[in-house]
Design a binder for this molecule. Structure first.
Ligand SMILES: N[C@@H](CCC(=O)N[C@@H](CS)C(=O)NCC(=O)O)C(=O)O
Length: 216
């Protein structure tokens, strides 16, 4: 099926949907941002049966999962080289995105955010214990992330700006705003996020998030 037609992005302020939201603006792809209310999950389930954001709609195609959405955006805007230049960088970007999605997001962050989904022990003590262990897991992954970033920069892979840099933004935000972690202990990561926040695409995506949070 062709990857063409009207484009829409379902997003939730403060979540990982800032990743494709930023990429779409960065690639100058016209799209309609659609804020999701998790209080009314049925509105999202009709689009994505996992009831999660982000969801990218391209004509009749519904694309879920951050790495797959990044691939779709890369296909729509190949001139932006979101997956780098050449096979070695392409593979590195894939490696990073799988690691962020599986190890950082699903394995470490999700149990921290929603411990009740990960244990049958629903007592306050059980939940607190899981939360404490999950926080430790997230911080271990944060340290690994910092060590894996290119030493010279300015971006995650070195000279080339790629989708990986933008995928680092939501987790930085979650660490800073939700876990209240001092992110300055990750200087390379902090530098990348500062550079991202200076870009027009960040201002546009964050502007949509802010507008969506205003009471209607
Ligand atoms: N594997 C998915 C994870 C998406 C995800 O966990 N989204 C969160 C926001 S960051 C969400 O929608 N959570 C609501 C829920 O799980 O109920 C991806 O990479 O897109």
């Amino acid at each position: 099926m062709a990857l063409s037609g009207k484009i829409g992005l379902y997003f939730f302020p403060g979540s990982s949907s800032i990743f494709p939201h930023f990429l779409l603006y960065h690639c100058n792809i016209p799209f309609t941002p659609q804020a999701v209310r998790f209080q009314e999950p049925s509105s999202l389930i009709s689009v994505n049966n996992k009831a999660q954001v982000p969801v990218l709609v391209i004509g009749d195609n519904v694309v879920t999962e951050n790495p797959a959405i990044a691939h779709a955006i890369n296909i729509l805007a190949p001139e932006k080289h979101l997956f780098g230049h050449g096979p070695a960088e392409f593979i590195k970007v894939c490696e990073w995105m799988n690691w962020i999605s599986a190890s950082l997001h699903a394995q470490a962050w999700s149990p921290y955010k929603r411990p009740f989904r990960f244990t049958t022990d629903q007592s306050a003590e059980g939940q607190a214990a899981l939360l404490a262990k999950s926080e430790q897991n997230v911080l271990e992954q944060f340290s690994r992330l910092e060590k894996t970033l290119d030493d010279k920069g300015p971006w995650a892979l070195g000279e080339t700006f790629t989708a990986v840099d933008v995928f680092l933004l939501p987790f930085f935000r979650l660490g800073r705003d939700v876990m209240k972690t001092n992110m300055e202990v990750y200087p390379k990561w902090t530098q990348i996020v500062s550079r991202l926040l200076e870009m027009k695409a960040a201002k546009q995506a964050l502007g949509d998030e802010e507008a969506a949070m205003k009471p209607s």
